[in-house]
Design a protein around this ligand. Structure first.
Ligand code: PEP
Ligand code: MN
Length: 343
């Protein structure tokens, strides 16, 4: 149940309502930024509808409430003037990891020349082996920000741990929560408090409802700027790194108002499959893609097998645009640069 409170209601009336909840041991969550109260069940309204503070209510039968389409029809996230979920197909691209100055600057220059608005790159990398390259840390963030600013791009980078939240907040425009952290509820709670969009990847073993409940952690904390990202789920077949669940796009569109993008790189695990998967993402109605691009994939320090070259990225963009244009849609690269470089 989502109970909408009267916008011009009195604080005293709200307190009477909250006291009633407390006395009757009814769990509730007050989200002041939206002037709503969320309760887990939808029978509470019979008890509280006559309270002065209450304006109206929405009965939502699922455990996720704020992420539900019953609460809201559409969320459009705006990042320095570029919209996500606003109708254009967002192309977010860049290397798996920020490695060195030349790598990230040449990538930024190339992407900007193609009209791309978002550069991705990890500075803190979750690696399966402790011996693998785990990112440049804050130096990587600085390089990424510098390159992005020089070419007027927005930065998407992973927030792996709360210890470095301030640094990552400082140097990024979109905070990526990785697949392994989708269930890190303490991290999600903190990110609910920040005022920066969060790109929430699906856990590779997560059910859709679990994913939406993770989004609910962010939304219930007051961060309404959430972008979902399907990046493939684990299966039994070693031939594909992950199984890209494309069917989840129309499913999310039915269940939620949040934008949903596809990561064709982790979703397939092989550069040869990234272009068809990107086109499929466009065809099935995703709001965009997050794709790994590297100036020299063979030399990449992480995820080289799935990184596409600049030439392949060109092909990806052309094919995806052709497909979208046939559907009367466009990529966000087909509009002129909206962001003024910071320098
Ligand atoms: C990444 O985007 O480089 C990454 C680590 O992704 P995921 O969390 O989906 O594995
Ligand atoms: Mn990667």
């Amino acid at each position: 149940m989502i109970i909408k409170l009267k916008k011009d209601g009195q604080e005293a009336d709200r307190l009477i309502l909250f006291d009633f909840f407390k006395k009757n041991k009814i769990p509730f969550h007050y989200l002041s930024s939206e002037q709503i109260v969320i309760t887990p069940r939808h029978t509470e309204i019979e008890l509280v509808q006559d309270f002065s503070a209450v304006d109206s209510y929405i009965a939502i039968p699922t455990n996720y409430k704020l992420a539900s389409k019953l609460y809201k029809n559409k969320t459009v996230v705006s990042v320095n003037g570029t919209e996500i979920g606003g109708g254009l197909f967002n192309v977010m691209a860049g290397p798996c990891s920020v490695e060195h100055e030349e790598q990230i600057f040449s990538t930024a220059e190339f992407l900007a020349s193609k009209g791309v608005k978002f550069i991705r790159g990890g500075a803190y990398k979750p690696r399966t082996s402790p011996y693998s390259f785990s990112g440049l840390g804050v130096d990587g963030l600085k390089l990424l920000r510098k390159a992005a600013d020089q070419y007027g791009l927005n930065v998407v980078t992973e927030i792996l741990d709360l210890n470095v939240l301030d640094e990552v907040m400082n140097y990024s425009d979109v905070l990526q929560v990785g697949s392994r952290n989708m269930h890190n509820f303490y991290l999600l709670r903190e990110l609910g408090k920040v005022r920066k969009p969060v790109l929430l990847k699906r856990g590779f073993q997560a059910k859709v409802v679990e994913w939406l409940l993770s989004a609910e952690y962010l939304l219930s904390g007051g961060n309404s700027e959430v972008i979902l990202c399907e990046r493939g789920i684990r299966s039994f077949d070693p031939l594909s790194r992950n199984v890209l669940d494309l069917g989840v796009v129309p499913l999310i569109k039915e269940l939620s108002h949040l934008p949903v993008i596809i990561d064709p790189s982790h979703g397939t695990g092989a550069s040869s499959r990234v272009i068809p998967a990107s086109m499929a993402a466009a065809a099935i109605g995703a709001d965009g893609i997050l794709v790994e691009v590297h100036p020299n994939p063979a030399q990449a320090l992480s995820d080289g097998d799935q990184a596409i070259s600049f030439i392949q990225f060109d092909e990806l963009l052309n094919n995806t645009q052709l497909l979208l244009n046939a559907l009367g849609k466009h990529t966000d690269t087909q509009t002129s640069a909206l962001k003024t470089p910071r320098l």
